[in-house]
Design a protein around this ligand. Structure first.
Ligand SMILES: [Zn+2]
Length: 110
């Protein structure tokens, strides 16, 4: 694995996730749907949209945590090793999800 390329990829993901979290944290009260794709004028639809955004925020934060953990593992020299059992994570799995910190067996147990 090319760790420099992985680091660049993870840092890009982290920065995107941080920007998303910051945007969600300081949402204006009204007309806040710009930047999330479609412009929504109707109040009811907007309420649903805001509700959905809470879910998005949680997912983004969880992703950010995982990405930061993967970057910490690069620094520790344990990148590619499972956080739970310490065994190497399959390279195919790492390529598909560069921020993965658990092997497939341990991930399945959670
Ligand atoms: Zn494991």
């Amino acid at each position: 694995m090319d760790h420099d390329a992985v680091r660049a990829e993870l840092e890009g993901r982290r920065d995107n996730a941080r920007a998303r979290v910051a945007t969600l944290a300081k949402r204006p009260e009204r007309g806040a749907s710009q930047g999330f794709g479609k412009r929504i004028g109707d109040g009811t639809v907007e309420a649903i949209s805001r509700f959905n955004d809470i879910g998005v925020g949680t997912t983004v934060e969880a992703g950010l945590e995982r990405t930061e953990r993967a970057l910490a593992k690069l620094d520790e020299g344990t990148y590619g090793l499972c956080d739970s059992c310490g065994k190497p994570i399959a390279e195919k799995r790492l390529r598909a999800m560069p921020d993965v910190v658990l092997c497939i067996e341990c991930a399945a147990k959670r």
